[in-house]
Ligand binder design. Structure first.
Ligand code: PLP
Length: 356
């Protein structure tokens, strides 16, 4: 059985080199005589893996001094609550409602403080990033840099002045260069662009720690997790290890800047075809098109279903759109090679010619 081109939105493709390395070291990691899955998280060998993973992440992401990098659990969804519990401090926060996950984030935050919806494109099916008006006295501004389900992306970050910018980067972390110093908090579930599910990468500016609500569970406290170096309880040891292999892979590709170029080329190839196609049509407004999740339709649900089915038979799998929007979505994260996008476009052309 050959490997397919897997366009799944998450969990999603990992680089082949990363999987091969996992396979090679699976039974015996180094001279330990055991797999990484079987190691104590407090063992010297594991701590070496952990420390290198943190250092490599700081390197590829460009994390400056004054920020703590953590690996936590509970998914990006648990972060929706953690962010509010740690940062709201009895005040209010601005949320920009640009998609399903940003909406889920603000619904969760409402349990812990006052949420102001600073802008929303919900009424227009989230086909663009909305305009927004920020509150000068907000404790933070929350955004979702890439909207996984609707296929949109901030083409420009909000200017928040002294108000900390908090970003859910689950579906585009390490796919393009971000200036980390512009953010107070960055978090990302690893299962889109980095590792298997179960790890969240969390970057917190140090001065934003230590103000959590008294009821905050200790595993969700930024300060307590930072002080314990992510090991207040047993972390997702294996997931963190795989994340580390992905960071090394990113370095070997020339870093995030080099991957960003490839990602732009991949996205341009697919959107370029969508713009000239008479059968397929992109659903996101061009200015806000995601480079990671390309959403499109034929306009006929039966034709969409036929396309998804025939593509799968050609080894182009998981192209069905999210259940709440329908149509198609091609997720083309870092690990999707250019050849995968070329194969998809070639098949779309063929399908269009046969279904005039
Ligand atoms: C997938 C995703 C989530 C949800 O992540 P979980 O780890 O399943 O909680 C949140 N935000 C964004 C932008 C996502 O793409």
């Amino acid at each position: 059985m050959d490997r397919v081109f897997n366009f799944a939105p998450g969990p999603s493709m990992l680089p082949l080199e990363v999987l091969e390395k996992v396979q090679k070291d699976l039974l015996c990691y180094g001279s330990t005589g055991m797999s990484v899955m079987e190691m104590s998280h407090r063992s010297k060998m594991y701590l070496e893996i952990f420390d290198r993973t943190v250092a490599d992440f700081k390197d590829v992401m460009g994390v400056p001094e004054g920020y703590k990098v953590m690996f936590v659990q509970g998914g990006a969804t648990q972060m929706f609550a953690s962010v509010a519990m740690n940062l709201m401090q009895g005040g209010k926060a601005d949320y920009i409602d640009s998609g399903n996950f940003s909406h889920n984030a603000l619904v969760e935050a409402k349990k812990y403080g006052e949420v102001v919806i600073a802008g929303s494109s919900r009424e227009d099916n989230y086909t663009y990033i909305p305009q927004y008006t920020l509150s000068p006295d907000a404790k933070y501004v929350h955004i979702t840099t890439n909207n996984t389900i609707y296929g949109t992306r901030y083409d420009r970050l909000p200017e928040t002045g002294n108000v900390p910018l908090v970003a859910d980067m689950s579906s585009n972390i390490l796919s393009e260069v971000y200036d980390v110093s512009k953010f107070g908090v960055i978090y990302a579930g690893a299962q889109k662009n980095v590792a298997p599910a179960g790890v969240v990468i969390l970057v917190v500016r140090e001065d934003l720690m230590g103000n959590e609500m008294a009821i905050t569970p200790k595993t969700m406290s930024f300060k307590k997790m930072a002080d314990a170096d992510s090991m207040l309880n047993t972390p997702n040891c294996f997931g963190i290890y795989v994340a580390g292999l992905t960071f090394q892979w990113i370095k070997a590709q020339g870093g995030v800047a080099a991957l960003e170029k490839v990602n732009i080329d991949k996205a341009n190839l697919l959107y370029g075809f969508l713009d000239e196609s008479k059968l397929f049509k992109g659903t996101a407004q061009p200015q806000y098109r995601s480079r990671m999740n390309v959403t499109f339709v034929t306009g006929d649900p039966d034709m969409d279903a036929k396309f998804v089915k025939e593509a799968a038979a050609k080894g182009l799998v998981n192209l069905k759109g999210h259940r709440i929007v329908g149509g198609m979505r091609a997720s083309i994260y870092n690990a999707m090679p250019m050849e995968g996008v070329q194969a998809l476009v070639a098949f779309m052309k063929e399908f269009e010619a046969q279904n005039k």
